[in-house]
Design a protein around this ligand. Structure first.
Ligand SMILES: NC(=O)C1=CN([C@@H]2O[C@H](COP(=O)(O)OP(=O)(O)OC[C@H]3O[C@@H](n4cnc5c(N)ncnc54)[C@H](OP(=O)(O)O)[C@@H]3O)[C@@H](O)[C@H]2O)C=CC1
Ligand SMILES: O=C(O)CCC(=O)C(=O)O
Ligand SMILES: [Mg+2]
Length: 415
């Protein structure tokens, strides 16, 4: 593949997807990375240092990641020029090297460019946003029993209102759509038609089923107890309600699930329960009875809200990791759940834990479990010694405040 402005490292090997579905990962895979805006400049170098140290230690120097910097966001504009927020080079590199990791990217509110994070997911068709939420012993938490929270969120990543089909009030497109809805579809309940902006929420059977299928497959592989479909189908009957119905249909047709009692809950032959809950009730129950939930499958916007809320239960957004995956093509981009936290940019202050743990999921995806285990051990030990960044330190008694890079060193020391 030829690139316009970037050059892959001289040494290193591409990760390949094999015909049996597995990934072929050499001892020196090339991994593209996007530094990210805002605190990206703080957390990304720390993440790379921790991953490199873990790989070196786990494999006695026999394995090594060959990092390949690619660009998006503000750094892309500096490197490629005005309006080049997501260069073609970047998409090509992700496609060519299959597995990449990124820092957060800024999205302006109410105007300006649409989300580059969402664009990467949509353009690469990374339909499953997988966000595991677990508790690390000793982490400060606002809930009484944070150790009861152990969930893996599967958030649909390509549809829903994130499709960006929106028409601002006052534009000709908005008027055209409104006229169509009122005159041809007989819509009477747009409360203030003259001043309403409009948005469209596409939710498909195919998109819902592939996401729910990946959640059920994960539950089977990881021996989990249940998969819960989280939706707001009482209000949005044909989008969120259909998501729920398609989920049960898939469980029965593809996984031989049997209906429990009157239904609609059902059970797979291996005992995994498929159930559903309305999103607002779910958001209160994750605080009151988190142990009733395990793998979660939900739509894009619900998944966004649920991710940050669950992260808060186990110590905050500073240690909430994520992955964007297409299980058919094998393409995967790993990224933290949090954003660019601009007020902390360049201060070497924030918690790099989210991006480091995203790196841990990436190592597991590559089959490098020994290195992943070392990093988790290092994080656990650093937290239990109360040597932590500001977000944990302000909530812990007797903790030592570390900078972002110092926390990275602490993890390495404790591996
Ligand atoms: N995937 C992505 O790239 C994402 C990008 N974004 C984008 O990021 C920008 C900022 O979004 P915003 O809503 O402020 O959300 P952020 O997640 O960036 O920050 C909100 C708050 O979360 C806390 N926080 C975030 N990251 C860390 C960390 N690493 N360590 C410790 N605390 C952390 C801070 O809390 P406190 O103030 O209490 O210290 C911070 O003020 C927006 O442009 C948004 O669109 C948002 C989410 C995801
Ligand atoms: O793209 C953005 O700016 C926000 C994305 C986000 O909040 C998320 O992925 O959780
Ligand atoms: Mg979010």
């Amino acid at each position: 593949m030829s690139y316009d402005k970037i050059t892959p490292p001289d040494s290193g090997t591409k990760i390949e997807k094999m015909s049996d579905g597995s990934l072929k990962v050499a001892d020196n895979p090339i991994i593209p990375f996007i530094e990210g805006d805002g605190i990206g400049m703080d957390i990304t170098p720390t993440m790379r240092h921790v991953l490199d140290s873990a790989v070196e230690k786990a494999y006695d120097g026999k394995k090594q990641i060959e990092w390949f910097e690619i660009y998006a966001g503000e750094k892309a504009v500096k490197f490629y020029g005005e309006d080049h927020w997501l260069p073609e080079d970047t998409l090509k590199a992700i496609e060519e090297y299959k597995v990449a990791i990124k820092g957060p990217l800024t999205t302006p509110v109410g105007g300006g460019i649409r989300s580059l994070n969402v664009a990467i997911r949509q353009k690469m068709d990374l339909y499953a946003c997988v966000r595991p939420v677990r508790y690390f012993e000793g982490t400060p938490s606002p809930v009484k029993q944070p150790e009861l929270t152990d969930m893996v969120i599967f958030r649909e990543n390509t549809e829903d209102i994130y499709a960006g089909i929106e028409y601002q009030t006052g534009t000709p497109e908005n008027k055209k759509l409104k006229d169509f809805l009122i005159d041809e579809m007989g819509v009477t309940n747009i409360r203030f038609p003259e001043s309403s902006s409009l948005g469209i929420k596409p939710v498909s059977e195919e998109g819902s089923k592939r996401l729910i299928r990946s959640a059920i497959n994960y539950a089977i592989e990881q021996d989990r107890d249940s998969v819960t479909l989280v939706h707001k189908g009482n209000i949005m009957k044909f989008t969120e309600g259909s998501f729920k119905n398609w989920g049960y249909e898939l469980a029965k047709e593809e996984f031989d699930a049997e209906v429990i009692g009157e239904g609609p809950w059902c059970k797979l032959p291996n005992g995994i329960v498929i159930k559903d809950v309305i999103a607002d009730a779910f958001l209160q129950q994750i605080l009151t009875r988190p142990d009733e939930y395990d793998v979660i499958a939900t739509l894009n916007l619900n998944g966004d809200y649920v991710s940050d809320a669950l992260a808060a239960c186990v110590g905050g957004i500073g240690i909430a990791p994520g992955a964007n995956i297409n299980y058919e093509t094998g393409l995967a981009v790993f990224e933290a759940t949090h954003g660019t936290a601009p007020k902390y940019t360049g201060q070497d202050k924030v918690n790099p834990g989210s991006l480091i743990l995203s790196g841990v999921i990436m190592l597991r995806y590559m089959g490098w479990n020994e290195a992943a285990n070392l990093i988790e051990k290092g994080i656990e030990a650093s937290i239990s010694k109360k040597r932590v960044t500001y977000d944990f330190e302000r909530l812990m008694e007797g903790a030592t405040l570390l900078k972002c890079s110092e926390f990275g060193e602490e993890i390495v020391k404790n591996m």
